[in-house]
Write a protein that binds this ligand. Structure first.
Ligand SMILES: [Zn+2]
Length: 234
C-alpha cells in the first residue's frame, strides 16, 4: 500500500463512524414522537371507554326518570278510575292503565339491559386503565433510555469529530483535498480496495495498468471509471 494511504483510511473510517452516529442521532426525534404517540393513544382509549360508560349511565338514569313519570301517571289513572261513575269512563281508564303498565315493563327491561352493559363497560374501563398505566410506565422508561442515548451519541460524536480533526492533520494535503472532493461526490467510500481486479466502489473492471500501479504502491492509483482512490489490501 502506498505510504500516504493508511492515515487516509483511518480518516475514512472516522467519517463512516461520524455518519453512523449522525444518522442514529437524527432518528431520535422520531423515536421520541413514537413514544409519546403510544402513550397518547392509550390515554385516548381510556377516555373513550369512560365516555361510553358515562353515556350508558346517563341513558339508564333517563329511563329511570321516565319510569317514575309513567308510575305517577299510572297512580293518577288508578285514582281517577276509583272515582269513575260511568262504565265507559272506567273501561277507558282500564285500557290506559294496561298500556302504561306495558310501557313500564318495557322500560324496566331496557334498564336491566343497560345495567348489564354498564357492567361490561366497567370491565373495559378497568382494562384500559391498566393499559394506560402500563403505557405511562413504558413511556417513562423509554424517555429515559432515549435521553441516555442522546447524551451518549452527543459525546461519541464530539469525540469522533475531535479524532477526525487530529487525523486530518496527518493526511498528505493534496491527497486530503482529493479525498474530500470524492466524498462530496460519492458521500462515502472515496478510498476503496481492489476486489477481484475491479474497483471496490463502482465494481468496474480495472485496466491492467491501473492494477499494476495499485499493486506496486509507488504512486497513487485511482479507478478510471469513478475516480475513487484504490489500494490493494494486504
Ligand atoms: Zn470505480
Amino acid at each position: 500500500m502506498h505510504p500516504d494511504l493508511p492515515p487516509l483510511l483511518d480518516l475514512q473510517e472516522l467519517d463512516h463512524k461520524i455518519g453512523r452516529l449522525r444518522s442514529e442521532f437524527v432518528q431520535l426525534p422520531v423515536a421520541k414522537r413514537r413514544v409519546e404517540e403510544a402513550f397518547e393513544e392509550a390515554k385516548r382509549k381510556l377516555q373513550e371507554a369512560k365516555q361510553a360508560q358515562q353515556s350508558t349511565e346517563l341513558l339508564r338514569r333517563q329511563k329511570e326518570g321516565e319510569i317514575e313519570e309513567l308510575r305517577r301517571r299510572l297512580a293518577r289513572y288508578q285514582a281517577q278510575q276509583m272515582q269513575a261513575r260511568k262504565n265507559e269512563e272506567y273501561q277507558a281508564l282500564s285500557h290506559e292503565i294496561l298500556q302504561v303498565k306495558g310501557e313500564v315493563e318495557r322500560e324496566e327491561d331496557e334498564v336491566l339491559l343497560l345495567l348489564e352493559k354498564a357492567d361490561d363497560l366497567q370491565i373495559g374501563v378497568k382494562q384500559e386503565e391498566r393499559k394506560a398505566e402500563e403505557a405511562e410506565g413504558d413511556a417513562r422508561q423509554k424517555r429515559r433510555e432515549l435521553a441516555e442515548k442522546e447524551s451518549r451519541l452527543t459525546s461519541q460524536l464530539a469525540q469522533a469529530e475531535l479524532d477526525r480533526e487530529r487525523k486530518k492533520g496527518t493526511v498528505e494535503p493534496t491527497l486530503l483535498a482529493r479525498y474530500q472532493k470524492l466524498v462530496q461526490g460519492h458521500r462515502e467510500n472515496a478510498i476503496v480496495p481492489v476486489v477481484h481486479g475491479g474497483c471496490g466502489g463502482c465494481h468496474m473492471k480495472l485496466t491492467r495498468q491501473t492494477l499494476l500501479r495499485a499493486e506496486a504502491a509507488a504512486e497513487l492509483a485511482s479507478c478510471e471509471n469513478c475516480g475513487r482512490i484504490l489500494f490493494v489490501a494486504q
